[in-house]
Design a protein around this ligand. Structure first.
Ligand code: GDP
Ligand code: MG
Length: 175
C-alpha cells in the first residue's frame, strides 16, 4: 500500500466543545481524555481493519471554527465529514444544517459522504435535542446517524468512523 496516500480523508466538524477531540482520541486510543486543548487542530493517520482489509484513514480534528465560515481548503481536502453535535447543546445541533450547506457550496455538490454524530448521550438528564429531531436532520442531509458518548465509549464511535470511511471508498469506485 502506498504510504503517502490514505484510503480516506475524514474531517471532524462541529460547534466548539461538542466532543470532537474526545471522540477522535477515543476512536484512536480507546481512552477518554477529559481535557483536550480546545484550540488545537490535529491530524492523525490511523491504520485499522475495515471489512477484513487494512484501511488507512487520515483524520483531521478541527478546532475553533465556531460559527465562522468553513475553510474551503478543508472542505476540499476532506472526502468524508463527521458532523458532530452535543445532545446537551441546542446551538450545536442547529449549527449542523448551515455547516452542511457551507460544505456543499465549497465542494460544489450537495451530495458528499457525511455522518451525523449525536455525542454526550451519557448526559441524558440534560438532553436538549430529541432523538426524533436528530433522525429528521440526518434524513434531510442524507447521512447516517450515530448516538455516541466519548466518555462512556462503546461501539457506535467506531461505527461512525467506519461507516464514513466505507462511504468514501465506495463512492470513489463508483465515480
Ligand atoms: P471539541 O471542542 O469539540 O473538540 O470538544 P472536546 O473534545 O474538547 O470536549 C469538550 C468538553 O466536553 C470536555 O470537557 C470533554 O471532557 C467533554 N466531553 C466530550 N465528550 C463527552 C461525552 O461524550 N460525555 C461527556 N459527559 N462529556 C464529554
Ligand atoms: Mg477539540
Amino acid at each position: 500500500k502506498n504510504c503517502s496516500s490514505p484510503d480516506s480523508r475524514l474531517v471532524v466538524l462541529g460547534y466548539p466543545a461538542v466532543g470532537k477531540s474526545a471522540l477522535v482520541v477515543r476512536f484512536l486510543t480507546g481512552r477518554f481524555i477529559w481535557e483536550y486543548d480546545p484550540t488545537l487542530e490535529a491530524a492523525y493517520r490511523h491504520h485499522t481493519m475495515v471489512d477484513d482489509e487494512v484501511a488507512v484513514m487520515d483524520i483531521l480534528d478541527t478546532a475553533g471554527q465556531g460559527d465562522g465560515p468553513v475553510r474551503e481548503g478543508l472542505a476540499r481536502w476532506g472526502e468524508g465529514f463527521l458532523l458532530v453535535f452535543s445532545v446537551t447543546d441546542r446551538a450545536s445541533f442547529s449549527f449542523l444544517q448551515p455547516l452542511h450547506a457551507a460544505l456543499a457550496t465549497a465542494r460544489t455538490t450537495p451530495n458528499f459522504p457525511c455522518v451525523v454524530v449525536a455525542n454526550k448521550t451519557d448526559l441524558g438528564h440534560i438532553t436538549s435535542v430529541s432523538e426524533a429531531e436528530a433522525v429528521s436532520l440526518a434524513g434531510e442531509l442524507g447521512a447516517s446517524l450515530f448516538f455516541t458518548s466519548a466518555s462512556d465509549g462503546g461501539p457506535s464511535i467506531q461505527a461512525a468512523f467506519t461507516e464514513l470511511h466505507r462511504d468514501v471508498v465506495r463512492r470513489r469506485w463508483t465515480r
